[in-house]
Structure formats: structure tokens, C-alpha cells
Design a protein around this ligand. Structure first.
Ligand SMILES: [Zn+2]
Length: 254
């Protein structure tokens, strides 16, 4: 079998194990049509299906399915012999058998609590099973077994479960918060009383002194420079003063 098919099977089985609680050994609920097709295509269900699913399985049927096969006559004797080897699960119709397809539908109603994988070649039954969430469908496509991809009903139900889980978790969190809410609010109030107004003001104060030294450092030299500039007398002025004083001295001497 191709690897791609194994991957598909694993993916589909994984969907049902994760979302609907399916576990090994998987319970394969089969009817006469499945056994008949298997016999015609020389498929040994007990050997080949576990290989296909790469899992342990239990083959199961109901009294109603067997009685229906018995009624259909000797042509189906071979398939009937196979079906009778399967484990018989009580269906609730003992003494008052109903058509096999209807019995199997009943077995997986109410979200398939026993986690059956239904094995049937009955097209009408397949269509009805696809409408039920959490029911994997297995059939034979000529000589190859096919675990059908999860139906839309199953996918939708799984999504609802997920959102339900998320919502319930959110609600749980809310409850926990409400339970601890009083204490957390108290601590918040206490913290606010102690630290509430201070951190904001402290941060601002911390920022200001950080900024101020830089400003002061920058401003101080400016003032010093300005002062120095005032004190400093340019050289040409000094020379001019000197010249003028010399001139005055000369005039006085004259
Ligand atoms: Zn039944």
C-alpha cells in the first residue's frame, strides 16, 4: 500500500481519536454487505483491515444483521459464515429484529457512544451515516479498503466541541478570577495605596534628574564661555590701548 494512503488513514483515525475518543482496538461494526464484498474480492477482513488501519481491531455485528443475511438465502451463505464469526453486540432488538441498516444506525445514534467504525457497502446506509457526527465509515472500493474522510457532520461537531471547550475554559478562568477576584482586587488596592501614585511620579522625577544634569552640564560651560568672552580683551584692542597710552605718555613728556 502506498505511503500516501497510510498517511490519510492515520489522519482520519487521528481525527476520531482526538475529537470523539476513539481508542484501539477499534470496534468495526460490520453488516452482511461488507462481508459479501470482502468475500467476492478475496479480502480477509480479519487480516487485511488491521494492516490497512495499522491498528488492532475488533470485528462486531448485531443479531439483526445476521437475521437479515439468513433471510436473503443460500447465495449469501459464505458471507453469513464470516459475519457469524464476529463478536455479537446487543442491539436491543432481540426477539423483534429490524432491518440490518436500521439496526446499525441505531447502534451509532446519539453520537456513537461505543465508538463504532461502521463497515458497510450499503449506499443508502452510508448516506445516512454521513449525517451523524462521530461515525467513521469504512467500505471496500473493489479490492481496497477505504476509511472515508470525516463527514461534514463530524467536522462540524468537532469544531463545536473545540469552541465549547474553549468557552468552558474561559468560563472556568472567569470563575477562578471571580473566586480570587476579591483578594486580587484587595491587593491591587493595597498596591495602589502604597505604590499607586508614586511609580508614575517617580518615573517622571527619575527622568527629569537624568535630563537635568545633561542640561546643566551643557549650560554651565556656555555661561563660563560667555563670562570668559566678557573678560577677554581682543589682542588688537590691547594693542590699540597700549598705543594710546604710549601716545598720552609721549604728549605728557613733551
Ligand atoms: Zn438490532
Amino acid at each position: 500500500m502506498k505511503i500516501r494512503r497510510y498517511k490519510k488513514v492515520n489522519k482520519h483515525l487521528g481525527f476520531f481519536t482526538n475529537n470523539f475518543g476513539f481508542r484501539q482496538p477499534y470496534q468495526l461494526l460490520a453488516d452482511g454487505t461488507f462481508c459479501f464484498a470482502a468475500l467476492n474480492n478475496k479480502i480477509n477482513v480479519a487480516n487485511d483491515i488491521p494492516k490497512y488501519l495499522q491498528s488492532e481491531i475488533k470485528l462486531i455485528t448485531t443479531q439483526c444483521a445476521i437475521i437479515e443475511m439468513e433471510k436473503l438465502g443460500p447465495k449469501l451463505n459464505g458471507a453469513l459464515i464470516i459475519l457469524k464469526k464476529y463478536v455479537l453486540h446487543k442491539c436491543g432488538h432481540e426477539g423483534k429484529p429490524i432491518p440490518g441498516s436500521q439496526c446499525l444506525l441505531n447502534m451509532v445514534a446519539m453520537e456513537n457512544p461505543k465508538h463504532y467504525i461502521v463497515c458497510t457497502q450499503d449506499r443508502d446506509l452510508q448516506d445516512k451515516l454521513r449525517l451523524l457526527p462521530g461515525v467513521p465509515l469504512l467500505y471496500l472500493h473493489v479490492k481496497t479498503p477505504v476509511l472515508e474522510q470525516p463527514s461534514e457532520a463530524s467536522i462540524k461537531r468537532a469544531e463545536e466541541k473545540m469552541t465549547g471547550l474553549v468557552q468552558s475554559e474561559v468560563e472556568k478562568l472567569k470563575q477562578l478570577k471571580e473566586e480570587e477576584g476579591i483578594s486580587t482586587e484587595e491587593t491591587k488596592v493595597k498596591r495602589r495605596k502604597k505604590k499607586g501614585p508614586n511609580p508614575l511620579s517617580c518615573k517622571k522625577k527619575q527622568k527629569k534628574p537624568q535630563e537635568n544634569p545633561i542640561q546643566k552640564k551643557e549650560s554651565k560651560p556656555e555661561i563660563e564661555k560667555k563670562k570668559r568672552k566678557k573678560i577677554r580683551i581682543p589682542q588688537h584692542v590691547k594693542e590699540e590701548i597700549l598705543k594710546r597710552t604710549f601716545m598720552k605718555i609721549n604728549k605728557l613728556n613733551d
